[in-house]
Design a binder for this molecule. Structure first.
Ligand code: SF4
Ligand code: MG
Length: 317
């Protein structure tokens, strides 16, 4: 497997008044060519900030974002910036607010083609827009319509078509189904899976809900309060979750078999995630951890590979 992206000791701090908000605090992971890496955690855990830093929408406080061996956090030339913007695209949570309401679908999708394939004009460009619409399951007849004329699921399809217009390699999908009806969510996830197979795309799939992530991802990283607490293959994480937080998240994922579902113990976490402006010292999960020990308040646990390709940050391991 070929490494496509490497996030290394990434920190992103924001100044809030006199305080520092450590949105992402020393996170490292890799994404391999053609895989889907899921990133899960409650809102405010830093997962979107990671996505935005990879896209260069944020300058990291420190650390590296290496794409095909090039650190995108270094100063890039205009030409390089344009190149990486084509390589890495984003799909947003709210397909409505991310689509300009005054533009037709045709204009929205053609915009990307204009910027990145300026030699493609006239009829050729129009054909390309039609092709992209059909690729995401929309009719070419829809091209002259405006975003408000579409349902939520259709708008997300338009968002996906727009991101594909520049032929990206890596797609960062930031909660792409969270705003959709449950019945539509599976359709969009299946579309993303098909597109991945056809085009060899790589995904960073960000979500707060583990059930869909488990289904779409090859590997999953679990975030809590700015840190990654566990990372493993989907299967391994599902069968053998180690971190107390992952265990709690897993216990909330419904199991289709009612016999197993009935016997299963659900772990309910006490309280909320503390504010990232006031994180506890030691392990950040300590205020809610059912397994906390004395040392957890003093020492923050190190990121450890406990089994091959299974990483966890917890003093129990
Ligand atoms: Fe719980 Fe301690 Fe592990 Fe943190 S280090 S998750 S507080 S047992
Ligand atoms: Mg978010």
């Amino acid at each position: 497997k070929q490494k496509l992206l490497e996030v290394k000791n990434l920190k992103k701090y924001f100044n809030v008044g006199k305080k520092q908000l450590k949105a992402v605090d020393n996170v490292s992971f890799e994404i391999y060519e053609g895989e889907t890496l899921g990133l899960v955690g409650e809102s405010g855990c830093g997962k979107s900030t990671i996505g935005r830093t990879i896209l260069n929408l944020y300058q990291a406080t420190s650390g590296e974002v290496n794409y095909k061996g090039k650190n995108l956090q270094e100063k890039l030339s205009k030409k390089e910036k344009k190149f990486y913007q084509e390589e890495i695209q984003m799909i947003f949570q709210d397909p409505y607010s991310s689509l300009d309401p005054r533009m037709t679908v045709l204009e929205i999708i053609a915009e990307g083609i204009k910027i990145h394939q300026s030699n493609m004009i006239g009829k050729e460009r129009l054909e390309r827009v039609y092709e992209l619409l059909e690729l995401v399951g929309l009719d070419r007849k829809h091209a002259k319509r405006y975003p408000h004329e579409f349902s939520g699921g259709q708008r997300q399809r338009i968002g996906i078509a727009r991101s594909l217009a520049v032929n990206p390699n890596l797609i960062i999908a930031d909660e792409p189904i969270a705003a959709l009806d449950v019945s539509i969510q599976a359709q969009i996830v299946n579309l993303l899976k098909e597109l991945q197979k056809e085009r060899g795309l790589t995904y960073l799939f960000i979500a707060h809900d583990l059930s869909m992530v488990k289904y779409i991802s090859d590997r999953v990283g679990v975030m809590y309060l700015g840190s990654m607490v566990e990372l493993a293959s989907s299967e391994e994480l599902y069968n053998n979750p180690l971190h107390p937080y992952t265990k709690a998240l897993m216990s909330a994922v419904p199991i289709p078999d009612p016999d197993i579902e009935e016997k299963r113990e659900q772990i309910i976490l006490q309280g909320d995630m503390p504010s990232p402006l006031n994180p506890p010292s030691g392990c950040r999960f300590i205020t809610r951890c059912p397994a906390a020990m004395d040392m957890c308040a003093k020492l923050s646990p190190e990121w450890t590979e406990v089994e091959k390709d299974h990483f966890v940050a917890c003093h129990l391991f």
